[in-house]
Design a protein around this ligand. Sequence first.
Ligand code: GAL
Length: 714
Amino acid sequence: MKNIKQIALIVALVFQAALSYAQLSWTETAPGVWKAAAGVPENYDLLKASGATPNKEALSTIAHAGFPLEQSDISIKVVDGKTYLRFPLQQDEQLYGFGLNFQTVHQRGKILQLHVDHYGGKDNGRTHAPSPFYVSSKGYGVFINSARYLNIYAGTAVRADSKNAPVAKDRNTDKSWSARPYSDAVEILVPAAGVEVYVFGGPTPLDAVRRFNLFNGGGCLPPRWGLGFTQRVKTLYTADEVKKEVAAFREKGFPLDFIGLEPGWQSKSYPCSFSWDSTRYPDPAGFVQDLLKENIRVNLWTNPYVSPQAPFYKAIVPYSGSHTVWNGLVPDFTTQQGRTLFFDQLKNNQVNIGVSGYKIDEVDGYDYYLWPDVATFPSGVTAEQMRQTFGLLVQRYSAELYHQQNKRTFGLVRGSNAGGASFPYVIYNDYYNHEDFITALINSGFAGVLWTPEARASKSSEEWLRRFQTVVFSPMAMINAWASGTKPWSYEDVAEPVKQLALLRMQMMPYWYTAFARYHFQGIPPFRAMSLEEGFVPESKKENGSASLEDNPYAEAVSKEIRDQYMAGDYLLVAPLFTGQKTRKVVLPKGRWYDFYTGAFAGDGEVITVTPGLDKIPVYVKDGAIIPMMKPMLHAPVAGEKVDLTVRYYGNKPGSWLLYDDDGETYNYEKGDYSWREIKVEKDKAGKWKGSISAPLKGKPNTVGNVTFEYMTK
Ligand code: GAL
């Protein structure tokens, strides 16, 4: 009896030891990036799928950061084939990220299951890019490199042995009782017996985001034309109808750089044949080339599910999953054969004749369409892992086709994940809430992805214009109104402001292009949250000498979530209005801010209320801002084309800014064929503003013509 008791005790102790948390051992794998292996990580993960290579050189230029957390506060255990991770949280810490959320920017207090899916109206982890990466307001980031559905408890769970466990309260008598007591940890359940974990140092939250992006190879650098306007045409359009649409843009004097063909260019869709339909497109090469002569590029919609009519159908059977999507095969892109068969067809049939890129649809969800979690794939990658990485795989291997030809592409995709920052794709979906589209734009900057708040249809001219305004201040200026048939000029009463906005987008191309170069070379998201902005600090409540948030509207505003204004490029703060809104509040961070349109002083570390009128989207500019503008061209400048610049200067602070330049179309920048030219604005001896630009670098592409300066603040 005694023996049995002893054995039971030993068993219990061993069991408890197995259950108890262990510490991770961290190695600095790139400057300011630490890696640890918990348990035995799986062979297939997000970084394997994306093939991302860290830009260590760029990482080393960010201010040095030490390991940002108390290592003993991070713990892990592996039980029952699952990994449990725990990261500490401080009382005054906010969290951002966990993928492309649409309704919330602050993530502390969330319970999520990260799962690639079409966004279903709730921030529950099911989204187009559920990147398992979070950023803390304390200036660090955490990335779980797993292609699994992860359960996240972002400051909700309370451990009995927590260092800061709140005391139990009596609800009968204690008014301060809370149904959701304070939690001091982020806990993550990984359904695998191990995982790779990364911690990114700051010192600022933006630095942590930069490190994450650079670790994934840096953000994408689109071709210049990718930053121009794009329109998509109706399903089943013929080559002639597409040409007519292009002609209409030209006649209206409306900019257009690439035109998207929806289902119908292929002989079969849903599933797809990946071959041109010969009745609608009798001469695909001639069609694509004719448009190219007019500086219009063709982008093709597709989903990756293989129709029995696809020429490579039989050959790809052994390299496809056990289950179909709309009765089409699901290629296993992790197999060399699977991707060669599939992408060779795209290359030979489309890329080689000059197609500029793709809109790769349906790689996200819904569950009823896609393969189930019980599906199997020939490579052994599980259905769950395939779901989490399918978007990454299609982006990676389609982008490779363009890389091989030394031509840049810029396309659309509906599913992605962490690891894909360098892929030249923008996420879109079928959801259509304008406010939520802006929140998604803000959150895209934390997820290593790009997002477009496309204009698709609207119930009124006001809505059309308001949506258009945000399209112009986004990564891809897209009108996706093929189904509604709305043209940019359809609403006569707003046709002129819509056109002016489109032309403004074109004028700002040098600014956007540099913003993307910063994304690529420095990891700074071109569109991002206010909380990543210097001067946007909740601490200001102390400096303002106010103890209570209520007496200080600025502190109150920044402690609240801001989901309707964002930063664009180095200098711009964009504060959209939505249908029905005539007036709104704008939170201006510390530092002097100016009106983008007039150059007038707008405020400094305060909350302003603006009533801009229907034709204006409020945009504010930092003190000392330098915004290079070109003339309102209808197409992006072609490779090597020189354009004159008018450099707008705002405020009173001497300004200095680096303008990025390269050929705009090839990957030669990867070999160093680019330059950063310094633009300076300072007062001369007589107290007059004077602007200058540094000389072009010898042997590097130079697309800058004459430079003139416009001093906006009088
Ligand atoms: C949807 C996609 C739309 C459009 C449509 C064409 O799945 O999200 O943008 O391309 O397919 O059938």
